[in-house]
Write a protein that binds this ligand. Structure first.
Ligand code: ADP
Ligand code: ZN
Length: 215
């Protein structure tokens, strides 16, 4: 089963994708994570995209489609969860073609709907564990011991350079201009399900599972 989690920055796509990886052995393909890896490993591409990401703008379709193409040809496990991809209509078309070539389908597109005010609060308090990827929040989900990951004990807790109010406004603008048309695109393909992304984390997880079990 291959699915897309669609929604603005801070909707909780990454958090829910991680749960599905654990529960169902699916493979999370986050273009954001791939781009951040490219940055920290200092590749040419990483250097080129760093400033674009920090401003909250979209990286070119060519780059992200290339990243996804590489991963799709590898292991398929319990299916793919596309998280943060596609983000433009061109990326959506490209994904359709890639899956087609592999003889694979897109089984569900789940839109996680949230309101903009909640996003600002979620994102500006967000930090993650650099070792295991667990996501925390200053107010709503602090670590039990300050400075130490609850899951793996690492002290390498990080904030993303683009998780500030200015970048977030730009990321939201990009979302509404370039990504939100995908809602209509997948609706017209009969693939869209909408869930309430503002519900409590476990309730969001149950809503997603219910949608997956339908398709
Ligand atoms: P969020 O959804 O919280 O904004 P991501 O980690 O998905 O964060 O993406 C961070 C940044 O990486 C984006 O603001 C953008 O610059 C770049 N990026 C990630 N995925 C894509 C994509 N599919 N197309 C273009 N740019 C992308
Ligand atoms: Zn950790």
């Amino acid at each position: 089963m291959n699915i897309i989690l669609l929604g603005p920055p801070g909707a909780g796509k990454g958090t829910q994708a991680r749960k599905l990886v654990e529960e169902r052995g699916m493979i999370q393909l986050s273009t954001g994570d791939m781009l951040r890896d490219a940055r920290s490993s200092g590749t040419e591409m990483g250097k080129r995209v760093a400033a674009v990401m920090d401003r909250g703008e979209l990286v070119t379709d060519e780059i992200v489609i290339g990243l996804i193409e590489e991963k799709l040809s590898g292991e398929q496990g319990g299916g793919f969860i596309f998280d943060g991809f596609p983000r433009t209509l061109a990326q959506a078309d490209a994904l359709g073609e890639l899956l087609n070539k592999l003889g694979q389908n897109l089984d569900a597109v789940i839109e996680m709907r949230v309101d903009d005010k909640a996003l600002v609060a979620r994102i500006t308090g967000r930090f993650t564990c650099g070792n295991c990827g667990e996501v925390y929040h200053d107010q709503t989900k602090p670590t039990k011991v300050a400075g130490k990951c609850d899951v793996c004990g690492s002290t390498d807790l990080k904030r993303r350079a683009d998780d500030n109010e200015d970048s977030l406004k730009q990321r939201l603008m990009e979302y509404y201009k370039k990504t939100s048309p995908l809602i209509g695109y997948y609706y017209a393909k009969d693939a869209l399900s909408v869930i309430d992304g503002l519900a409590e984390m476990d309730a969001v997880g149950s809503a997603i599972r219910a949608e997956l079990d339908k398709s």
